[in-house]
Design a protein around this ligand. Structure first.
Ligand code: DAT
Length: 174
């Protein structure tokens, strides 16, 4: 018997837009596997040096890709990361860029403990839609979708939409 093919989904966007919240609940509802790239890097120490300005370790992108390659080949993975241009394009069947209004995002990041330049830069990243543009350059435009992520109602709507897309994808590809 052939194993059922399952899609790979990328959730991306500025820190604080709600990728983790959406990704974990989506994994619950679909049975797909949720992978937080930041957490993976911590666990496997996939870093190359330290960023003095932001006081955080620098992701070793090549080693992240090597670490994930086999799993991505099998399908059925939800990837969560606040960047998207270093993943192989072929990995993903669909890309979602979560978007949050400025004031809302500011408040979320502030309650996460972000201050000063880190807080400002992240809010600016969202205002300039940096990650959306990165996604549009790195992937086929047809597979890149923006999702509003301001309210619990947005979250529920996004979940329902992606669950439905995922079920349709599996019908079409098996
Ligand atoms: P990210 O993984 O993108 O950094 P998160 O999932 O940790 O973001 O969410 C950041 C905060 O915002 C967290 O306190 C949960 C809240 N949040 C996420 N999605 C939301 C939504 N649709 N409506 C209201 N709050 C939301």
């Amino acid at each position: 018997m052939r194993i059922m093919k399952r899609p790979n989904i990328l959730l991306t966007g500025t820190p604080g837009v709600g990728k983790t919240t959406l990704g974990k609940e989506l994994a619950q509802r679909t049975g797909l596997t949720y992978v937080n790239v930041g957490d993976l890097a911590q666990e496997c120490q996939l870093f190359e040096g330290f960023d003095e300005e932001y006081q955080c370790p620098i992701l070793d992108e090549d080693r992240v890709v090597d670490e994930l390659e086999d799993r991505m080949g099998d399908g059925g993975v939800i990837i969560d990361y606040h960047g998207c241009d270093f993943f192989p394009e072929r990995w993903f069947d669909i890309v979602f860029v979560l978007r949050t209004d400025n004031t809302n995002l500011y408040n979320r990041l502030e309650s996460r403990g972000y201050t000063g330049k880190k807080l400002q830069d992240n809010v600016q990243c969202e205002i300039f839609q940096t990650i959306y543009e990165e996604a549009m350059e790195a992937y086929k435009e047809e597979i890149v979708h923006q999702l509003p992520s301001n309210t619990p109602e947005d979250l529920e709507g996004n979940l329902e939409q992606i669950v439905q897309w995922s079920e349709q994808w599996m019908k079409d590809n098996n």
